[in-house]
Design a protein around this ligand. Structure first.
Ligand code: SF4
Length: 216
């Protein structure tokens, strides 16, 4: 290895590394984006991490290449996690892919994202989860807003959380229609926005006297 190559390697090894998170709605990553990610990972020697919240995080990305990588991916339709963006629901695989499923989680996920597409800014830090049956594979009972399908309609949970002190959410709807669940989700998001300065988990709002729903 000559001096110039050694210097180049040393520069690369000491360069700042950053991460870039690609949003993956309903856990479905388009093949074209996957292909581009793979090519970029080889070119820039970064690694991939499938995040707990079902997104694709590019890790160990050389900071000097980050903008170029984002631009290349954005041209192919990728969207990135950023402050103020509405949180993508975490969903189980749903109908046609699991024989216990009673709903198409991808379709419900799309309806939720379409419903909130116009929001300019969403306050952190609530999450949404959708399960297509009562097995709760996506953690609906330990998520801020949890939508669970049953054979008799939907159940909705609010204020669940994981972490070192997990909490089961309060069930606020039973045997509900999809339309009702979407309306209630909207009301919860608006309530969270009204009652939150910068960021707040939903469980902190459960005892607020104005919390819009009782336990069911
Ligand atoms: S929650 Fe139910 S439908 Fe969804 S993946 Fe788990 S078992 Fe299947």
């Amino acid at each position: 290895m000559n001096f110039q190559q050694r210097l180049k390697n040393e520069t690369m090894n000491t360069e700042n590394k950053v991460s870039i998170t690609i949003l993956v709605p309903a856990g479905r990553l388009p093949l074209e984006i996957m292909k581009t990610v793979s090519q970029l990972a080889e070119k820039h020697s970064f690694h991939l991490y499938l995040s707990i919240s079902q997104n694709l995080r590019l890790i160990d990305v050389p900071e000097s290449a980050a903008e170029e990588i984002k631009a290349t991916l954005a041209a192919g339709g990728a969207e990135f996690k950023a402050p103020g963006k509405f949180p993508l629901p975490r969903v189980c695989v749903g109908m046609d892919h699991c024989n216990l499923a009673v709903i198409d989680t991808e379709a419900l996920n799309r309806k939720i994202l379409d419903k909130f597409a116009g929001r300019k800014h969403t306050k952190a830090k609530f999450k949404i989860a959708i399960s297509a049956c009562t097995m709760c594979c996506s953690g609906v009972k330990t998520t801020d807003i949890g939508i669970m399908a049953t054979r008799d309609g939907y159940e909705l949970f609010a204020g669940g959380k994981g972490g070192p002190f997990p909490k089961i959410g309060r069930r606020i709807a039973r045997n509900a229609s999809e339309e009702t669940i979407l309306e209630m989700t909207e009301a919860l998001v608006e309530f969270h926005d009204k009652k939150t300065e910068k960021k707040q988990r939903m469980y902190k709002l459960l005892d607020d006297l104005q919390f819009p729903y009782q336990e069911k």
